[in-house]
Ligand binder design. Structure first.
Ligand code: SF4
Length: 558
């Protein structure tokens, strides 16, 4: 018999299972009996891992569903590891158990949290209305707004489900809903009551004491505990053997030996049709559980599967294939997007590397790679908060709320003023820069002569940086070589204009370009090299946009 453990923490998927069948939840979460992983769950895990690698390291997914889902996500390698798969484990005041979970993607710039979902077809996808009462949406949004993730979110926060299908041609869809603290208050209280019921159920001494829900036995490909429950049910409905007298009486009746026979037809009440019955039986066809994946709460330490460290790759090159400038570029880019906490870990682990040799840089990248995967001697701290802090915002007195609102308004006003000023300056700068636009049309070889004729350094340069667009047909892999070749030219142009030149990293299509230009107030980006895959259907479009924006364009061919 499986050992009964002390149950002390829940999660959105536990609550979902509990609603489905309390007995199933008891066996999984109290007795720790887990069904072997299904192919659908394994596929979902693979998609999650590949998306994670894309977001943090820019490693392109090989799974078709994961690849298709990228269209709704930030550019590869642009997301801090602190914003990917962030776990939380908190004790809401008044709740009888802790609540744990793991948020797939946090995007503070767009004020949203995103969960990736794989599903057989989009027919099973939730809609905006479903999210209003969805346990995962409520809990994750409340945790984010409470500050437990160590990130300030403003109200309303957007919770997003990013769906990708796993059957047939891949389809993707985004479903989202915004939440304020006030809107979360009531559903949180309701969930708190369900957690209290879980606590009560957890005190049962054996699973057979826990209420079954036979309607759920065939869902999601069939419950793992179905045989046990069927046996237990048979034991309950066993009929007592008839006595000899009963058998004789029955036989006499059949032979017509009894004088009279009254047949009473039992008057049974008509079956009540429950509105919530799944009349289409759709749930029985679905291979994935309601949340897209089985219980995604973190497993206890000793049960966690070992994480396999994939080989480090940068722009499709392994560490040994990377040249010296690429090693430096990779270190620069990966450290730029680091959080201060991760940076401290990185610095402590690379303190012994005092030189900038290729082998030292390779070692730095290996360390960075391991840190990205959470393989580090320094334990990653989960932001903690006291019980009093959690959801304190929901219970804040009106006075405190007023003070907070006033302060926020002041800050917003200041920020708006600053932004307006910056935008005005930016527009002026663009006009100024466009007046000086120079085109070097004759290819790289003729560039110097044309540049000397057409470009005159002038005091009108007010932009904090100047945009140089290298409009040359090359693939992403070749672009690093091209830039190395161009380095003396770029230095020369900078010297002539006495201005630094920004090269804008552009690797994902015009949407990202638009988003970046809109969100950045200057043309200086942390990743500042433009590369557009020339075989991409949007290449022409992108290069036209960039040429129009650039102060100087170098046109070249392969
Ligand atoms: S077999 Fe049915 S009743 Fe038994 S645990 Fe599974 S879902 Fe519940």
């Amino acid at each position: 018999m499986t050992e009964h453990k002390q149950w002390s923490s829940t999660s959105p998927s536990q609550i979902s299972t509990f609603r489905d069948c309390a007995r199933k939840w008891y066996r999984e979460s109290v007795l720790g009996e887990r069904a072997p992983s299904s192919p659908a769950a394994e596929r979902g895990t693979r998609v999650h891992e590949q998306i994670e690698q894309w977001l943090m390291n820019g490693i392109a997914p090989t799974d078709g569903t994961a690849r298709a889902m990228l269209r709704h996500l930030p550019p590869g390698g642009s997301v801090s590891p602190d914003h990917v798969e962030q776990s939380f484990d908190i004790a809401p005041p008044g709740w009888v158990a802790r609540v744990r979970g793991r948020i797939d993607l946090i995007d503070p710039t767009t004020n949203q949290i995103i969960d990736h979902k794989t599903t057989a077809t989009l027919d099973y996808a939730k809609n905006e209305q479903d999210l209003a009462t969805d346990t995962q949406a409520i809990i994750y949004s409340a945790v984010a707004l409470s500050g437990a993730l160590g990130i300030e979110f403003s109200e309303p926060l957007r919770f997003v489900l990013s769906y990708g299908t796993t059957r047939g041609a891949v389809k993707t869809a985004l479903v989202s809903r915004t939440f304020t603290r006030a809107q979360l208050s009531e559903p949180l209280a309701r969930i708190g009551k369900e957690v209290a019921k879980q606590k009560e159920t957890s005190s049962a001494l054996q699973w057979s004491e826990v209420e079954p829900n036979y309607q759920s036995c065939d869902k999601y490909g069939g419950c793992f505990f179905r045989d046990d429950c069927t046996q237990a049910q048979r034991a309950l409905i066993q009929v007592a053997e008839p006595s000899q007298a009963q058998v004789s009486s029955f036989m006499s009746a059949l032979r017509g030996e009894t004088s009279s026979k009254v047949i009473i037809i039992e008057d049974r009440p008509a079956l009540k049709i429950d509105d919530e019955l799944d009349l289409r039986g759709a749930a029985y066809e679905q291979t994935n559980p309601p949340d897209g994946l089985p219980d995604r709460e973190p497993l206890p330490e000793d049960q966690q599967p070992a994480r396999r460290l994939p080989r480090f790759r940068w722009n499709d090159k392994s560490l040994s294939q990377m040249k010296a400038p690429e090693l430096i570029e990779a270190i620069h880019e990966l450290t730029t997007i680091m959080s201060s906490q991760t940076r401290a870990t990185y610095e402590s682990q690379t303190a012994h590397l005092t030189r900038d040799t290729m082998s030292a840089n390779r070692e730095r990248l290996e360390i960075l790679h391991k840190i990205t995967y959470g393989i580090t001697d320094t334990p990653k701290e989960t932001p903690t908060m006291s019980q009093d802090d959690f959801f304190a915002a929901f219970n804040a007195s009106a006075k405190v709320q007023e003070q907070v609102q006033e302060k926020v308004q002041e800050e917003v006003q200041e920020q708006v003023q600053e932004e307006v000023q910056e935008e005005v300056q930016e527009v002026q700068d663009i006009f100024s820069a466009h007046r000086q636009k120079a085109w070097i049309q004759a290819g790289i070889d003729g560039a110097e002569a044309t540049a000397e004729e057409d470009i005159e350094p002038t005091s009108q340069y007010h932009t904090p940086s100047t945009i140089l667009c290298v409009d040359a047909l090359c693939s992403i892999g070749e672009s690093a070589d091209l830039l190395t070749e161009l380095a003396p030219w770029i230095a020369d142009i900078e010297r002539r204009h006495n201005q630094p030149i920004s090269l804008i990293q552009y690797d994902e299509g015009w949407k990202q370009l638009g988003a970046r230009l809109a969100s950045q107030k200057v043309w200086l980006f942390s990743k500042n090299i433009v590369t557009i895959e020339s075989s991409h259907p949007l290449y022409r479009h992108c290069s036209h946009v960039l040429s129009a924006l650039a102060d100087i364009t170098i046109k070249g061919t392969r």
